[in-house]
Each structure stands twice: as structure tokens, then as C-alpha cells.
Design a protein around this ligand. Structure first.
Ligand SMILES: Cc1cc2nc3c(=O)[nH]c(=O)nc-3n(C[C@H](O)[C@H](O)[C@H](O)COP(=O)(O)OP(=O)(O)OC[C@H]3O[C@@H](n4cnc5c(N)ncnc54)[C@H](O)[C@@H]3O)c2cc1C
Length: 558
């Protein structure tokens, strides 16, 4: 990717075929599909790429076992279709970014034979619906084998478990890989750039956008033949900006997650708790060396600040601890995050748990705005394909085939699982750093090695013992449009999802490296670090945990 200044000058005052508003999974997917079909496309994101819902997923690539249960209960062919489509997209997501995804076995611990029978039948249907896209067949796993794979599981009354397969992915990095692939294909992308208004032609149809750079405050226009609204939770605001009289369609469901050190519940497999007190499911998933536990479900309004609350911590621990030999404590929590699922409602007032994770494409007849709403991460590519098909029809041009079905994303080209060993052999990195770079960047990790070769100080960890190195910060600013401390520590390098306290430890070095790259004054650097540390302390407090003292001393950036 180019620098922000270059990207902005390539967008301001220019004309495009397609302008996509929103740089989450849906918008980045749409922008990539459009650009690869030969449409000159610009992607504008108000915050950071993946800065909203798209970095707060449970990180499961799935058809949705829970939605299948609803489909069976409701006898609803539309809900079956949602599951089947996602099951097929699951394989494409795995194949298109091998460095950011993996297959994962899920165990559903069972304490009654009736539950075993119920689950076994349901999961056989899941296998059958997947057809040729099946990963591996579901089966019953004996008590001994279940305990071997999850030694900390509650033994009392355990009969065994039912096993099925889905996928797992790194949502923030997947989102960035979509944006990177898009810009490599010639698309223009800018984050921290909010669309404030539309421009219209004499007939009142949208002909462009007025956008504002949130960092510099600069406003600029960009003309576009078609405009896609992919703004997830705030889709209604953008729809009403185009046509104030349209009815609202979105319902938002907040979901929270908490993370624990994996050695408190050591396992290579994920656990699905099939029924919580609230009647939904809870996952406990090994992810990036942590145990990721979630999620909750509560309706919220657009614009609500999203953080994990102490009440949600208590609730999730109460559900989880029934399944554990040794209960986990709030003080064991190392990180957490919350997001809002953008769901499209039929308008009949049903609870958000009951709304199918289907997506809807709407073309506003008056303004021409194309809105893509709802769906889930797993189906982002198919949603984008359908949106760009609809867009080509609306523009009166021939609908071309989507090139994204088998398009390997940035960092996935030539990736093999032994990449980290090659990195380790090529440059003196610790095993943890080599594995981390391979998992986050795939073959793009070679550019980080190049940075370290040019300036060996950049191979230093962000703080003593961290797998993350200083070169990642430089790379994030120069090549991934990172412009705030949080852009780097959360979505580019993933440390904020690994440990809130480590994120605070890393902040001064990250701030210092960013200040050098972005020519911040020492006041700007100090404020950027303070702001970030305060934000993480806010998360800690809201989750009922102790604040972390501000890191003292000077940073030791290379
Ligand atoms: C708790 C939780 C768990 C989930 N787990 C899973 C899972 O395991 N698997 C799965 O498949 N799916 C999962 N999902 C669903 C999935 O995360 C979402 O469906 C998906 O991320 C939505 O992406 P999006 O791009 O539509 O929305 P977002 O990621 O929210 O992106 C919309 C973007 O639009 C931008 N924007 C808004 N207004 C403007 C403007 N005026 N100008 C420019 N930009 C603007 C916002 O800043 C935002 O970044 C989960 C969701 C939640 C909340």
C-alpha cells in the first residue's frame, strides 16, 4: 500500500467506477471483487480497516451449527440456504488465505445419551449439507479420548463428546489481506476517512462522495458511477444520508469475548457449550496461544461504545466453569473485546438470537445507493460477489464472473506451514518471533526480514520477551496505512488481543517508532501513547480488573 498522503492525492478530485464505503470484511470484499473485475474502485473507511465488527468475531469459519438447529426447528428453507452457502464459503476462505486460517476440531462435551443422539443427528445433517465442501465427518468421541484432548474438562458424569470440524481465522489480518490484495490490483484505499455527504446529479442520483480525513481534517470529493454502502452496524445512517425517508432495517447484537492463558485449559481443540442460561451457545477456542471464550448476545444501538463489562465476565465464567475441573477466575483474564453484529431484521420484533445471519442487498431506486447488509465473516466473499453482480446490472454493463472464488490473498502466495523455519534460518529471530511473523503475515513476512536486515535494531522485541518485533511497527506505518497506536498494537500485530497489559508495555516503543515514521512532535507522541494506555485501562476497569500502571522510563526504539 502507498502512504496516506499518496493514497489521498490519488483519490481526491478523481473519478471512479465504484466507491465502497466501509473497510470491514464486507466492504473490503466488495472493493476487491469490483477491482478484480476491472472496475476502477476506491475504498473509504471512517476508522481503521477491521476497526469495527470485523476484528471482534469469534474467529470461526463456519456454516453455523446453531443456525442449522434453528433451521430444523423452523422448517425454514431460507435458513438452510444460509448454512449451506456458508459451508461452501468456508472452504474458499481456508484455501484463499492458508497463512491466516486453519481447520479446527470442535468437541461438544456430553453428559446425557439423549444429547449425544440429538447432536449426532444434527451434525450428520451439517456434514451432509456441506457435501463436497465437507472438512471431516462428525463422530462420537469416547470419554477417555475426550479427556486426553481436554484434560481440564469436568469429569463428573461425562460420557464423551461429539466432534465436528469447522475453520478458524485471524479476522483483523484477513481483513488487511483483503485490502492489501485490493490495492495490489490497482484499487485505492484510505482509512480514517469518513464519508460525510453525497454528491448528486441533476436527477438526484448519487454521483460521488464528500469525505473527510479524520487525521488531518481535510475534506475532499471523489466522483463515482456507483456507490456501495458496506458500513455494517451503521448501514441505516448511510442509507438515510442517501434517502432520508427510508425505513431502518438494522438490529445490532453486542457480543463480548474474554481471553485466558491457554495453559489454564490446555487443548488443541475447540469446545462448544451447546446451551447456556441465555439459550445460546458459548465457545472456548484455542487461538494464538490463548483460550478465547465467547460470546454473549445483547441488543445495542448504533454508536454505543463497545467493551466487555464485569457482568458479562461473570456470566461467561458461570457458563464455562460448569464444564471445567478447575474453575477460571476473573483475575485470569488477559484480554477481551466486544463488537456489534449487524443483523437485518424482518421487522417482526424477534429477538436478535433468532435473526438469521443472512445478508440483504438493497438498491435504493431514488438515489441508486447499493447497500449490502447483514451476513457474517464466513460469507463476506459470496456477499461481495452478489453485490458486484447487482452493481454491474445496475450500471447496465455485462455481469462478469467473480474472480475472487480462488484468488489467493496477499501473504498466502507460496505459503507453506514450515515458513517460520525458513525465516528463522534466513535471519536470527527467536522461534516465537518467526512463528508469529509467519502466522500474521504469511510470505509477506519476508519484507519484515528485509527491514531488519537494513536496520538490525528493528529485529528487537517491543519489550523484553515479546514475540512481536519493532520492524512490524515500521511495516504497519509504511505498508499498511497504520496511523494510530491502536491501529498497530491491535489489528496489525495482534498484541492487544493477546494481553492488555503487554499492549500497555509495548505502547511507548510503538509510539516512538511511529513518531519517527510519521514525524510526530514529542507532544504528539506523548499524547498518542497516553490516549492508548488510557483506553486499555478503561477496558481493564470495565471488565472489573485492576488498572495497569503507566509504563515508566524512556522507550528503547531502534
Ligand atoms: C461478537 C461477534 C462474533 C462473531 N463471530 C463470527 C464468527 O465467528 N464467524 C463469522 O463468520 N462471523 C462472525 N461474526 C460476524 C462478523 O464479524 C460480521 O458479520 C462482519 O465482521 C461484518 O463486517 P462488516 O464489514 O459488514 O461491518 P464492520 O466490520 O463493522 O465494517 C463497517 C465499517 O464501515 C465503516 N464506516 C461506517 N460509516 C462510515 C462512513 N460514513 N464512511 C466510511 N466508513 C464508514 C466503519 O468504520 C466500519 O469499519 C461475529 C460478530 C460479532 C459481533
Amino acid at each position: 500500500m502507498k502512504s496516506r498522503a499518496v493514497e489521498q492525492s490519488n483519490i481526491a478530485g478523481k473519478s471512479f467506477d465504484v466507491c465502497v464505503i466501509g473497510g470491514g470484511a464486507t466492504g473490503a470484499g466488495c472493493a476487491l471483487d469490483a477491482q478484480l473485475r476491472g472496475l476502477n474502485t476506491v475504498l473509504l473507511e471512517a476508522g481503521d480497516f477491521a476497526g469495527a465488527t470485523s476484528s471482534t468475531a469469534t474467529k470461526i469459519i463456519h456454516g453455523g451449527v446453531r443456525y442449522l438447529e434453528e433451521a430444523i426447528k423452523d422448517f425454514d428453507p431460507k435458513e438452510y440456504h444460509v448454512v449451506v452457502r456458508a459451508l461452501h464459503e468456508r472452504v474458499r476462505m481456508l484455501d484463499n488465505a492458508p497463512h491466516l486460517t486453519r481447520k479446527l476440531e470442535f468437541l461438544v462435551p456430553s453428559f446425557h445419551w439423549l444429547d449425544v443422539a440429538y447432536l449426532d443427528i444434527g451434525l450428520k445433517i451439517y456434514d451432509w449439507l456441506a457435501g463436497s465442501a465437507r472438512i471431516s465427518p462428525s463422530k462420537f468421541v469416547s470419554r477417555e479420548e475426550t479427556l486426553r484432548r481436554m484434560p481440564q474438562l469436568n469429569r463428573e458424569g461425562l460420557l464423551g463428546s461429539v466432534e465436528y470440524s469447522d475453520g478458524q481465522f485471524d479476522d483483523a489480518r484477513y481483513n488487511l489481506a483483503l485490502v492489501h490484495t485490493f490495492t495490489e490490483a490497482g484499487g485505492r484505499a484510505l482509512n480514517h476517512c469518513q464519508v460525510k455527504e453525497f454528491q448528486r446529479d441533476s436527477a438526484g442520483r448519487l454521483s460521488g462522495v464528500v469525505a473527510e480525513d479524520q487525521i488531518t481534517g481535510r475534506q475532499f470529493n471523489a466522483a463515482s458511477r456507483a456507490i456501495v454502502n458496506a458500513t455494517g452496524p451503521v448501514s441505516d445512517l448511510v442509507r438515510q444520508m442517501a434517502s432520508p425517508s427510508v425505513n431502518k432495517r438494522m438490529r445490532l447484537s453486542k457480543g463480548s469475548h474474554i481471553l485466558f492463558p491457554l495453559d489454564l485449559f490446555p487443548t488443541d481443540d475447540a469446545m462448544l457449550i451447546p446451551k447456556t442460561e441465555a439459550g445460546s451457545v458459548l465457545f472456548a477456542v484455542p487461538w494464538g496461544g490463548r483460550l478465547l471464550v465467547g460470546t454473549t448476545e445483547r441488543e445495542v444501538a448504533p454508536g454505543d461504545d463497545l467493551f466487555v463489562t464485569e457482568e458479562e465476565v461473570t456470566y461467561m465464567l458461570r457458563q464455562l466453569n460448569k464444564y471445567l475441573e478447575k474453575p477460571l477466575q476473573p483475575a485470569d483474564i488477559v484480554a477481551g473485546f466486544a463488537g456489534a453484529r449487524p443483523l437485518v431484521s424482518a421487522g417482526n420484533g424477534e429477538s436478535t438470537e433468532k435473526i438469521a445471519r443472512d445478508d440483504v442487498i438493497e438498491i435504493d431506486p431514488k438515489s441508486g445507493l447499493i447497500s449490502i447488509m447483514g451476513g457474517k465473516w464466513t460469507t463476506h466473499r459470496a456477499m461481495a460477489e452478489d453485490t458486484i453482480d447487482a452493481l454491474q446490472k445496475a450500471l447496465g454493463i455485462e455481469v462478469s464472473e467473480s474472480p475472487t472464488r480462488a484468488r489467493v490473498l496477499h501473504g498466502g502466495e507460496g505459503f507453506t506451514s514450515d515458513l517460520w523455519e525458513k525465516l528463522e534460518r534466513a535471519y536470527p529471530l527467536s522461534k516465537e518471533t518467526a512463528q508469529h511473523l509467519s502466522a500474521k503475515f504469511g510470505t509477506a513476512a519476508w519484507s519484515l526480514v528485509e527491514l531488519a536486515r537494513a536496520n538490525p535494531g528493528l529485529a528487537c522485541p517491543l519489550f523484553p520477551g515479546s514475540a512481536q518485533i519493532q520492524a512490524e511497527v515500521v511495516h504497519a506505518v509504511r505498508d499498511e496505512l497504520a496511523v494510530t497506536v491502536e491501529d498497530v498494537i491491535s489489528r496489525r500485530i495482534g498484541l492487544q488481543y493477546y494481553s492488555w497489559r503487554d499492549a500497555i508495555k509495548a505502547a511507548p516503543v510503538v509510539g516512538s517508532l511511529m513518531a519517527h515514521e510519521l514525524q510526530w512532535s514529542s507532544v504528539q507522541e506523548h499524547e498518542a501513547v497516553e490516549r492508548y494506555v488510557e483506553r486499555i485501562n478503561f477496558f481493564l476497569e470495565r471488565a472489573g480488573l485492576q488498572r495497569e500502571p503507566k509504563p515508566s522510563g524512556r522507550s528503547s526504539a531502534a
